[in-house]
Design a protein around this ligand. Sequence first.
Ligand SMILES: *Cc1c(COP(=O)(O)O)cnc(C)c1O
Length: 371
Amino acid sequence: MNPRNRLNFSGGPGALPESVLLQVQQAIVEVPEVGLSILGISHRSSWFAAVITELENNIRQLLGLPENYHVLFLQGGATQQFSMVPMTLLQGKTAPAEYVHTGYWSGKALPAAQREGPMRVVWSGAASGFRQLPGDAELAFSAEAPYIHYVSNETVEGLQFHRVLGRDDVPRVCDMSSDFLSKPCEAQRFSLIYAHAQKNIGPAGVTVVLIRDELLRDELLRDASTDLPEFLDYRTHIKAHSNANTPPVFAIYVVLLVTRWLMQEIGGLARMDQINRSKAALLYSLLDRSEGFYRARAEPRDRSLMNVTFNLATPEMEQRFLAESLAAGFSGLAGHRATGGIRASIYNGLALPAVEQLAGFMEDFQRRQKR
Ligand SMILES: *Cc1c(COP(=O)(O)O)cnc(C)c1O
């Protein structure tokens, strides 16, 4: 049998809320208030300008983001931000930027930074297989660093920081691609936040960037290369209101629908957080009760509320689990190719009943192996 969409536990692109998908379905044919398909509406139309404005305001409202932040919708994914950040903030600097290496994705940001200027890895979990995150005592951040960079949720390993890292006198830069808008995040403590849409808030094609205005002051940028391509300069996109060239109109519209869903149907990020916590608690308590049948990958303290990663006793048993779960209608449960194992991604769009159904399947699978 084919998998069922509401049982899509994919790590990314992630599941989107059903009520959003129904609106998208309608919009593909015709956006009601416009009379045109979303795929054929001009990015220069006043309707699309209003979409950008509403989405920006929704993100500000959801996060309580102050006026001194720019909200940008860019292309190139989180990967382009791995380079754009150091191109802007690191070129020409003598003190190293400080990077925290907690897993697959924070590791991808390191070589991109190294190309642009001095950088230092403050802590790396590589030697211990990225099963835990550093405590504050293990992190000595320098006051001289141009910025610190970390990933709030390591999507592949299933590790999530449940606190804000760094120091208040050094700009914080954070890749929140896989937990953005899953909970309140104290955005005003960060100088730059980036998050592509396709894990938690929409389809691939758009990346949200929040930048505190002071970060782009001329004194701070004076060392930056003057031949930075215009398109890779944040200021280009600020001036153009995220409409410098043809933006991904469709992806941006879907993210707008997701923010409306968060505000009107869910009731804000604190409520979203509660729901996400119940979903994660259901799965982690099942793993912990399984007497070693299911082995959680991450240290309890650092467990992700978005990506629940675990192993079974043998790779063969994991293959059987995946085959049977697929036959039962579940999709996307295979771990990332870098780690193997099982990963249940329970992003905002995945509803509690789907997680209950997975928990039921897992208990039943365990029972059946014992017979
Ligand atoms: C998936 C992911 C990325 C990669 O994003 P792209 O948009 O594919 O470049 C980067 N960071 C994190 C935390 C991710 O989960």
